[in-house]
Design a protein around this ligand. Structure first.
Ligand SMILES: [Zn+2]
Length: 110
């Protein structure tokens, strides 16, 4: 466990969480669809990258966290859809395949 990384992890996590919330707050669905992937990718890269780095030199934990990191990156970027009807961010409920319809308003997701 890297103590320095651990100490700066929570402030960075908090800034990203609040920043992402404010960035998407009150925005229209087209804006959310345009920016969801890069913002999500940045969040996962920073948070996931720090979590993976904190596991060094425990290589078993490193391998597990790296696989989890890649999974969350894949799900968030390629399997998550943004509803153009209501702006809801629809993650796959079965954790693998993207949703076909918005669970909030029923609009078909592309
Ligand atoms: Zn919707």
């Amino acid at each position: 466990m890297n103590e320095t990384l651990f100490a700066i992890y929570f402030p960075i996590w908090l800034v990203l969480a609040i920043g992402t919330f404010l960035f998407f707050r009150g925005r229209d669905p087209t804006f959310k669809k345009r920016w969801h992937r890069p913002v999500y990718g940045l969040n996962v890269a920073v948070i996931g990258g720090m979590l993976v780095a904190m596991t060094i030199p425990n290589w078993t934990a490193f391998a597990i966290f790296t696989v989890a990191f890649m999974y969350f990156m894949w799900v968030g970027i390629f399997q998550t859809r943004v509803c153009l009807g209501c702006g809801r961010i629809c993650q796959p409920t079965n954790l693998i395949t993207p949703e076909k319809f918005c669970s909030k308003c029923g609009t078909a997701l592309a």
